[in-house]
Unconditional design. Structure first.
Length: 342
């Protein structure tokens, strides 16, 4: 905490003014003496009182925000005061992380009146600019005395208030050309292993709904459709953001992350099980190795991981990374994105 006040209100000058007030009361005008003594006592006592008030206020976060680029939303901070006296006008301010801005600026500030034992909402209008975490570098609180002579600044560190998730960029899957008369591709999912398609067989009493009328118009024969899906039980997305010599794929990192996010979205729509491996470490030494799963919680965990990926992450040894990938086999289908400019 930091107290800001004019130089003439320093304690040394105020004690001198107090002594002058006492002598004025003894040998001069009592009204002037009362003003001098009252002003000096106010200036001496108020700083300590304001420090005690500052200890009784804090900022609480509300729900975690989840945005996509170009989204607009309003985040609410709650200022909680347990002080037995009204604080008056309190100002909150802070610098936003480059992933978002507030009304076209990186700096946000708002003032509200705070009563006794009150909880006051402060709103931050946000515009999402790019993928990454959403946070205030530091939230600053400013309270002032009733006579506006002192200003006390208090800073609180805040955790992340949310994330800007990556955009969805579909991953290009090559189509298999038809090999049978009347056969066509069915794109229920572009990411099945290898694909889902339909083939045709001669009609031998199959249900009427399987009759393939478009093929009958071309061939003149009654044909029946037969679905032949080939699908893995689990998927593992390998997001390779490094070259073989350990350099980061900076120029295509965002594209690869967006494609991986689109894969996960489609897997989630189909209730498929999917995991994620990334060959980097966080600053805390945590590896991005998420086991296959499904559901809303798992999807948010995957998307949060995408939002937190950074070029400043530490590269994982290529041999260790390949061993992590190799442990997945059997019913698990590996989808590898990136790696040496691919």
């Amino acid at each position: 905490m930091q107290l800001v006040s004019p130089r003439y209100l320093e304690s040394g000058y105020m004690w001198l003014l107090f002594v002058v007030g006492v002598f004025t009361a003894l040998y001069g005008n009592v009204l002037i003496a009362s003003l001098l003594i009252g002003f000096s006592l106010y200036a001496l006592v108020m700083p300590s009182f304001m420090f005690r008030l500052a200890e009784q206020i804090h900022v609480d976060l509300t729900e975690e925000m989840k945005l996509f680029p170009n989204d607009e939303a309003v985040y609410v901070l709650k200022l909680v005061s347990t002080a037995k006296v009204p604080l008056g006008v309190v100002r909150l301010s802070g610098y936003l992380h480059p992933t978002v801005e507030s009304e076209g600026h990186a700096f946000w500030r708002q003032e509200n009146f705070v009563e006794t034992n009150a909880t006051v909402d402060f709103t931050i209008p946000l515009y999402a600019k790019k993928r990454g975490p959403i946070r205030l570098e530091a939230i600053g609180m400013e309270i002032r005395d009733p006579l506006r002579m002192f200003s006390l600044y208090k800073e609180d560190s805040l955790p992340r208030i949310g994330y800007v998730f990556p955009e969805f960029s579909p991953y290009p899957i090559p189509k298999r050309p038809p090999t049978l008369p009347g056969e066509e591709m069915v794109r229920h999912s572009a990411y099945r292993d290898p694909e889902t398609f339909q083939s045709v067989t001669p009609y031998h009493g199959q249900p009427m709904r399987q009759l393939y009328w478009s093929a009958f118009a071309k061939t003149g024969e009654l044909l029946a459709r037969t679905e032949q899906p080939v699908q893995a039980n689990e998927y593992v997305i390998v997001l390779d953001l490094l070259t073989k010599d350990g350099r980061a794929l900076t120029y295509q990192m965002e594209r690869l992350i967006s494609q991986a996010a689109a894969l996960c979205r489609d897997f989630e729509k189909e209730n498929a099980s999917y995991g994620l491996i990334v060959p980097t470490l966080t600053k805390d030494g945590i590896t991005y190795d998420l086991q296959p799963g499904s559901g809303e919680v798992h999807f948010r965990k995957i998307m949060t991981t995408f939002a937190c990926l950074s070029e400043s992450d530490f590269p994982l040894a290529r041999s260790l990374f390949e061993r992590k990938v190799a442990k997945y086999s059997g019913n698990q289908s590996i989808l590898r994105l990136g790696g040496d400019g691919q």
